[in-house]
Write a protein that binds this ligand. Structure first.
Ligand SMILES: C[C@H](O)[C@H](O)[C@H]1CNC2=NC(N)=NC(=O)C2=N1
Length: 122
């Protein structure tokens, strides 16, 4: 039986077409940490994590709504933990099972959104 998967099948494809050159190249945790604007984040292995001290559940919800907007605009979606009194965010690029420029870009935007809501990182 000839089992051919459709091109771009997210389960088996490393289809990274459509992204600017280099955006889907895996980068090391060290390379991530060297970037400006990511001081809130702790990169290790194939992901980067930040914990934002929101101080209340309601502020956390407000922050998560902003994260959701940024994620959909970027078509790049973090794992988000919403708790009292903090929000944790973990970034990684599923398509390459590691960190890429997309994670750097979104990390910077999430940190700016936090500052705009007067939320600091741990
Ligand atoms: C098809 C769709 O564009 C891709 O699956 C996007 C969606 N959001 C994503 N989010 C993350 N974190 N990594 C990805 O590789 C990714 N890929």
């Amino acid at each position: 039986m000839n089992c051919t998967l459709p091109v771009g099948n997210p389960l088996f494809s490393d289809d990274t077409r459509g992204y600017p050159e280099g955006m889907m190249d895996r980068i090391s945790a060290e390379r991530f940490a060297e970037q400006s604007g990511v001081a809130d984040w702790h990169a290790e292995g194939d992901s980067a994590r930040a914990r934002f001290e929101t101080g209340s559940f309601a502020k956390g919800v407000e922050f998560v709504v902003e994260i959701g907007k940024l994620a959909d605009q970027a078509n790049h979606h973090p794992d988000v933990g919403l708790r009292y009194p903090n929000v944790t965010v973990t970034l990684s690029t599923h398509d390459v099972s590691g960190l890429t420029q997309r994670d750097i870009d979104l990390a910077k935007q999430i940190s700016v959104a936090a500052r705009n809501l007067d939320i600091s990182a741990e």
